[in-house]
Design a protein around this ligand. Structure first.
Ligand code: PLP
Length: 421
């Protein structure tokens, strides 16, 4: 079976390599825990969307909460991407990395007035508004600044994305978006407010989606609304179908991005909306398989009922297993010939929830390095300093080049803003 992350991630002569670089060597050189990203893998994932959209008015907005390290943002900005942001902090970050404000869409169910002001002054492309009260507030903030805010309503299409409940966002019971039944009235209200300009419509139905069907259902629901809103005399320019395409962690087989895009374009054409600008907001599918987390085995604790392999990465570095019970592949950086046994791979944090992989069959010795695969999305961005653990260093490989893109955090900086009483 091929590794998640192939063709950039390979095993040759027992050695795991990312874009040709030995992960064991990178771990030795930069220390562990260490995130390693492949710039070429990120570009390839982005290009797959771009190629499928060639010849169409479109904008692929990278959902930067998946991985917001500056060099990652720079990689996508240079490729011509837009960005989907969910906070003022993300706006500051993406501008610092060379992203263009006029390619930024601002999502999120709880934007503050300060964030609205910041985004208006920067000149973002669109606000994805999630409720009528948010419309009123945005209108007031825009009028105070003498600006007009371009808006799109995030509609809750009430379709089941068929994914984990924590990452399913397009059902009636979710906190996200304007209910489908209220959308036309909310568009009328938006069109009546002088500080707003209706620009588009959007949705985002969930994450780690592995089928095209839910996207087509959501698009149909959006197009029904576009037709109703335009019949009410309010033109809608773009259709934003959100993000959420899944990746392979173990045996998932999500459709290639190009297939998903083509199916949606075909549906737009079939319904007479082929001329519209279409926006996508992919996060995980652009970076997830373009990153791994390298960690070192500290202690092996074979036991009566379980064997524990304690490594130097923990839930603070990579929370997906603890938070979502996510299964992530764990591979030795250098394969051993000895017969493997079954281990629970856990971190050193004082929590039983601090695990990275359960019941993994591995041949290990202390000091070995392991790679946790598919860690490029929702890895570093969800890292914390629990247990006063400095966050990991990050390296980006790009052909022959190896760039340290984030230094390992220092303990002193963790409490630099604190004061003794
Ligand atoms: C998180 C998010 C995305 C990206 O989701 P992925 O599953 O990482 O592709 C896109 N749009 C919005 C509004 C989001 O909140």
């Amino acid at each position: 079976m091929s590794l998640p992350g192939a063709p950039f991630l390979t095993r040759a002569g027992g050695e795991l390599r990312f874009d040709g670089h030995s992960l064991a060597d990178l771990g030795r050189r930069f220390g562990t825990p260490l995130y390693v990203y492949s710039r070429r893998a990120m570009r390839a994932a982005f290009d797959a969307y771009e190629r499928a959209l060639a010849g169409r008015p479109h904008l692929v907005c990278y959902a930067m909460k998946a991985n917001s390290s500056l060099a990652v943002l720079q990689t996508f900005a240079q490729a011509g991407a837009g960005f989907d942001i969910v906070s003022g902090g993300e706006l500051t970050r993406v501008l610092a990395a060379g992203g263009r404000a006029d390619r930024v869409v601002f999502s999120g169910v709880g934007k503050t007035r300060a964030e609205m002001r910041q985004a208006l002054l920067a000149g973002v492309r669109c606000f994805n508004v999630e409720s009528e009260p948010e419309l009123e507030t945005l209108n007031a903030v825009a009028l105070e600044l003498g600006r007009v805010a371009p808006v799109s309503l995030r509609v809750n299409p009430d379709v089941d994305a068929g994914t984990h409940p924590y990452i399913s966002t397009g059902l009636k019971g979710n906190k996200f978006g304007v209910a489908h039944a209220d959308a036309v009235a909310t568009y009328r209200r938006a069109a009546s407010l002088p500080g707003l300009r209706v620009a588009g419509i959007d949705c985002h139905i969930g994450s780690q989606i592995t089928q095209i069907g839910p996207y087509l259902d959501a698009l149909d629901r959006l197009l029904d609304l576009v037709e109703a809103v335009e019949a009410a005399g309010i033109p809608i320019h773009h259709v934003d179908v959100g993000g959420g395409l899944g990746i392979t962690y173990t045996d998932e087989q999500p459709p290639p991005a190009a297939d998903m895009v083509r199916a949606l374009l075909a549906r737009l054409d079939a319904r007479g909306h082929g001329h519209r600008e279409v926006l996508f907001e992919p996060g995980r599918s652009l970076v997830g398989n373009a990153g791994v987390l390298v960690t070192e085995v500290l202690v092996l604790k074979p036991g009566e009922t379980k064997n524990f392999c304690i490594v130097d990465a923990a839930m603070n570095d990579l929370v997906r297993p603890a938070m979502y019970e996510a299964w992530m592949a764990i591979e030795p950086c250098v394969a051993r010939a000895e017969p493997p046994i079954t281990w629970d791979v856990v971190g050193p944090i004082c929590e039983s929830g601090d695990w990275l992989g359960r019941e993994r069959v591995l041949a290990l010795q202390p000091g070995d390095r392991l790679a946790i695969l598919s860690a490029g999305a929702y890895g570093m961005t969800m890292a914390s300093n629990y247990n006063t653990r400095p966050r990991a260093a990050e390296v980006m490989v790009d052909g022959d080049a190896v760039h340290l893109i984030r230094e390992r955090e220092r303990v002193e900086t963790l409490f630099a803003d604190e004061r003794l009483v």
